[in-house]
Design a protein around this ligand. Sequence first.
Ligand code: ARG
Length: 566
Amino acid sequence: MMDFKKKLGQELQPYMGEMSLEEIISTIEVPKNADMGDFAFPCFKLAKVFRKAPNAIAQELVEKIELSDAFAKVENVGGYLNFFVNRNAFAEAIINEVMDKKNQFGSSKIGEGKVVCIDYSAPNVAKPFHVGHLRSTVIGNSLYRINEFLGYKCVGINHLGDWGTQFGKVIVAYRNWGNKEEIEKEPIKTLLDLYVKFHDEAEANPALEDEARGWFTKMEQGDEEALSLWQWFSTETIKELKKVYALLDVQFDYYQGESFYNDKMDVVLEEMKEKKLLQESEGAVIVDLSEFDMPPCLVQKKDGSTLYATRDITAAIYRKNTYNFHKCLYVTDYSQNLHFAQWFKVIELMGFPWAKDILHIPFGRVTHEGRRIQTRKGNVVLLEEVLTGAVTRVKEIIEEKNPNLENKEQIAQDVGIGAVIFNDLSNNRIKDISFSWETAFSFEGETGPYVQYTHARASSVLRKAEMEVTSDFNPEVLTDDVTMTVLKDLQRFPEVIQDAERKNEPSIITRHIIDIAQGFNRFYHDHPILVEDVETKKARLAVVYAVKEVLSIGLYLLGIKAPEKM
Ligand code: ARG
């Protein structure tokens, strides 16, 4: 399609001295207020080049610049060149582009030939899968889809916490109070209950702690009984996790939990030793990072066991060797900032040039109704509770408002789960969010159900129209401000996706599709679509079609379904 911004850049270049086309394009802004034009070029940068005040330069340029038919006029406002597109050409170009690309509108090949590893979700076996893990799952999954849409080959990895001292505790608890059938029926909950019970009992009977440590040591030494229990706990947990992921429509290319690296760490420790990075400290082995104002990175405990960081270092090297990533993203909450900063530094000190390609993508904490989520005791909102709760709520609403809807179960699931995901991706990821049933499931305001509903509304108009939407429409019908606002947002969509990828920030897409939905609802309200006049009807239907397509792509990139009916 005609990329108006690029085209404007090209048309401006002859007047811009030495400035490169890229620089010109990146200087072009979109004015907040549409009365100020569709694009603006601030002349401040030119002041140095031409040795004149920006306003004088702008005035001179306004008189000199000759623009093609793609633009209707240019004005100088206080040193800004404000450009107005030719609305006919603009409407025609953007709608035709969407019609042409369909569900690939906004996709690109910029990532072609490059691999992006994404490490997300990564809950811990026998500990709760809480809304923090849900956030990692949802952000990681969206980043996966965004990167893939831009041509990257993605490798999604679930770095499950499937090794660690908690297993010693659960083994003790299981042997004392456990029940096989219960674990097989509800592994995540049952193992967590055992873990919690262990802590309760250990308060009164500290000897249990020693026993648990003993069992974990057995695991590390390859004891058959210990390992077979551990294996069984993990297998049952993964089975149940997969059900949850299916509900969320999230997949992983690999389940490579922490235990996957058990036999791969020796070599790495050896390599660190050769590179003279290791020091002894009170019997433990560390990498000193005081030079970088960080506490030491602990890689081996006194008893010889390895740590979370050792496994992360080993995993990164394994991933580089196996997948040869262009970048590797780690999606966790910001409480792990230091952990990542430390071991990233170790990778750098080991001399790996790809140290710059491993990136921590931190996100804010999730509190529940204002309270911190704790692991060991109470106040844990289990993932499944949230998801099934969401679906139940939506079902109730459907029963009340639209009881004859076909396919109710599926739609309740798509909308309920979509609401949770959308809520998680609504704000800058680094912001803390308070999870509350009220805001997550509200059907008004800036929520998932609102955008899904707008998509269903557009779908319904297209169904009722009983007329094929084609590129044979008259764009003159679409040049009013309200319609133009919608079209401009559609036009920016490809840029928005790339911005989201660069900043690893799905919320940029969330915000943008809210804008599109709001703009569309204004359009829908102001402009009757299924009217007698065929020319008007055809043109407006073309807008409806394009909006429906873009909303559905946007929702897809967030990991949310776009039902045709609601
Ligand atoms: N299991 C960890 C947790 O629940 C998250 C793991 C993140 N990924 C990683 N490679 N460290 O906090």
